[in-house]
Structure formats: C-alpha cells, structure tokens
Ligand binder design. Structure first.
Ligand code: TYD
Length: 136
C-alpha cells in the first residue's frame, strides 16, 4: 500500500509561518467540507470506518496523532506530527485515529458533505465491499 502525503508550501517570513490550501492546487479535490478534532481524551481511538466514495486529507495542525490505514489487504500506521503535511486517504480505506497528544488538533479536508450513507462502519462489511468492488 502506498501512503500518499502532501508537503504543503510554507509562506514563512520574519513574522512567522502561513500555509494556504487551495482545491485542485494543494489539495487534489474540490473541498466541500472541513472539520477538526481537538480535546481528544487520553487513550481514545476513533474513526473505525471507511468511505465508499469520499476522499480526505488529514492535517495535524497542532500536536501529534497516529492514523492506521487498512485497505483490506494491508495495514500501515502513519504518524502525523507536522502541520506542513497532509495525509491523503482515498475511498475504500478503513481508518483508525489514536495516540492523540493532549494538544492535538486534527483537521480534515473532505471532498464531499457529511453523508452517513457513504460510511461503512462495520469491518466485515468493509471487507465485503472491497471484494465486491475488486471482482467487478
Ligand atoms: P464520528 O463519525 O463519530 O467521528 P469519528 O468517525 O471521527 O470517530 O462523528 C462524531 C459526531 O460528529 C457524529 O455525531 C457525527 C458528527 N459529524 C458531523 O455532524 N459532521 C461531520 O462532518 C462529521 C465528520 C461528523
């Protein structure tokens, strides 16, 4: 499995740093939704789902966290510890987020609006969905 990370351009000067993210330029899709997680309690593991058609970029804009990616055949753990990089998560990818530092702010840019119908929240159903798609 290939882990795709985007290195964002920093517009730093003597005043400090600034990162700008534009759809189709810095982000490979139209950004329809932005959300962020913070104040994540100690020991919490969240996510536990895949999306049928959603694409996302995850940016840990403060602190650190880990992301488990699982495409049904292979698993990879990615540590997000830089606000200058974004982890691309395509559709059909199971993800779990954990080991959030106390100060972690995990921002997600998403290619579509929130739609519960697009979620696969059961791991066995995820494996079924993947194998149905592969056999097509
Ligand atoms: P949830 O899906 O449980 O988060 P995660 O998968 O990261 O553990 O979402 C938590 C709550 O927030 C749930 O009530 C749904 C709501 N929510 C929205 O209203 N809009 C959104 O874009 C997202 C991601 C969640």
């Amino acid at each position: 499995m290939q882990v795709v990370k985007y290195a964002f351009q920093q517009h730093g000067d003597e005043r400090g740093q600034l990162i700008a993210l534009e759809e189709y330029k810095d982000i490979p899709f139209e950004i329809k939704r932005v959300y962020y997680m913070y104040d994540t309690k100690d020991g919490v593991r969240r996510g536990y789902h895949a999306h049928k058609s959603l694409e996302q970029i995850l940016v840990c804009i403060n602190g650190t966290c880990k992301i488990l990616l699982d495409n049904g055949n292979e698993k990879k753990v990615v540590t997000l510890e830089s606000r200058c990089e974004g982890l691309y998560i395509p559709n059909n990818m199971w993800r779990e987020m954990y080991d959030f530092s106390e100060d972690a702010v995990l921002m997600v840019l998403a290619s579509n609006y929130y739609n519960e119908e697009d979620y696969i929240r059961n791991y066995d159903q995820f494996l079924d969905f993947i194998s149905e798609n592969e056999s097509r």
